[in-house]
Design a protein around this ligand. Sequence first.
Ligand code: 6GU
Length: 251
Amino acid sequence: MRIDVVSIFPEYLAPLDLSLIGKARRDGLLDVRVHQLRDFTHDRHQTVDDTPYGGGAGMVMKPQPWAEALDAVVASGDAGARPRVIVPGPGGMPFTQALARELAEEPWLAFACGRYEGIDERVYGYAADDLGLRVDVVSLGDYVLNGGEVAVLAITEAVARLLPGVIGNAESLVEESHEDGLLEYPVFTKPASWTSPTGTTRDVPPVLLSGDHGAIARWRHQQRLERTAARRPDLLHSSQAADGELAAYDL
Ligand code: 6GU
């Protein structure tokens, strides 16, 4: 998969050199190219923003640098190839595991990182109508970040780990929170009885030491239901894993 990122803070994307994503890049599974938006300005001060028409707080990103940056990204690809463009922003559609799976099927993604109050709306029309790009605004959640860069790190990590060959143990991908609509069960490791620095002793639930795989599976499923009911009751009704078991939780 190829991923282009356009930002006025390319240094913010430095973590894409690290860990699992860095390894995927070195292994040739992921081709990440980060671009400085200011390289597509023509004035001495490399201006990327201006005041909003109609008034209001903050600054708006100018259309011209964005249009030229998108042109350059498209021109750098194979003839006729088009990236799917993702604009991170709090006003977008929610980023979910389902969307991560969908994006992992794309051969080419391009992230357009806005700062300030956003990008001049005409850029969306230009990208869609003149360049033939699919553009989606995507949000990480209901809170406000200063810009799209942190969202690109999150989305890229969620997508890249789904690419074939990026995670060694593919089984660890399916047994995860949000893959079947329930949160994950609690986990424990040695020692079976642990005394904390304040002298309190806590034991691993005995069922996990029993060797009874059926009993362990039932206990874990029960834990997932209780956890989801406590932390994310909104997930329970659409969970395949919770079908017919909700009565016990009065939900
Ligand atoms: Cl994707 N971008 C920004 N700037 N703020 C956000 C967000 C994205 N998701 C939640 N808040």
